[in-house]
Every structure is written in C-alpha cells, then in structure tokens.
Design a protein. Structure first.
Length: 117
C-alpha cells in the first residue's frame, strides 16, 4: 500500500499550487480520501475530504472557496487545487485513505507547502 504526495513547494501569497496523492495497493473506490495539514507548532487539521462515492466533498471553513478536491478513479489519484494561498496555509500536507467501514487507514509521507513572499 502506498500513498505518494507531490506538488508542494514555495509560493507567494495569492498564488496557486496543485497537490497530488497517488494511491496504490488497495481498492481506491472503497476509500474516503482526505488531505490534512500540519503547520509548525500546531496540531494536524483536516483540510478536505472526498467520500468513496466521489460525489460529496467537505472542506474546512478556512479553505472553502479557495481549495478544490477532486479524484481520478482511473489513475487512483486525488488532487487538491489550492488557489489564493495565504501564509496561514503553510504546512506539511498529508494524504489519508480511510476505508468506508473504518477498518483500514493509510497515510502518505506528506509534502511541504510554504506560502511566503
């Protein structure tokens, strides 16, 4: 089982990034996929979730209207499009897969996002 994140980097405030999380080793369509982030000195927080059906997404209030979560069933990849980035979006972004019945959970290693001028 693997979740491999990519797409992080340094971006100026107001800029955009697209994070990718490529999954392998499990039945992708049976899992809810989420992005979490952890800023320095802060607890990890849930950013967005797309449910196993692919039809419902939830977002943290702090990112609503700026971030968009989507998935590609064929490539088993989840994307987090992040626009209008703010300095408070800085952190390590990690991908999580949770089986729809809660029995199994997987995490990626994370990708660093730094929003700074």
């Amino acid at each position: 089982v693997q979740l491999v994140e990519s797409g992080g980097g340094l971006v100026q405030p107001g800029g955009s990034l697209r994070l990718s999380c490529e999954a392998s080793g499990f039945t992708f369509s049976n899992y809810h996929m989420s992005w979490y982030r952890q800023a320095p000195g802060k607890e990890r927080e849930l950013v967005a979730t797309i449910y196993s059906t692919g039809h419902i997404t939830n977002y943290a209030e702090s990112v609503k209207g700026r971030f968009t979560l989507s998935r590609d069933i064929v490539t088993k990849t989840v994307y987090l499009q992040m626009n209008s980035l703010k300095s408070e979006d800085t952190g390590v972004y990690s991908c999580r897969a949770l089986h729809l019945d809660g029995r199994a959970e997987y995490w990626g290693q994370g990708t660093q996002v730094i929003v700074s001028s």
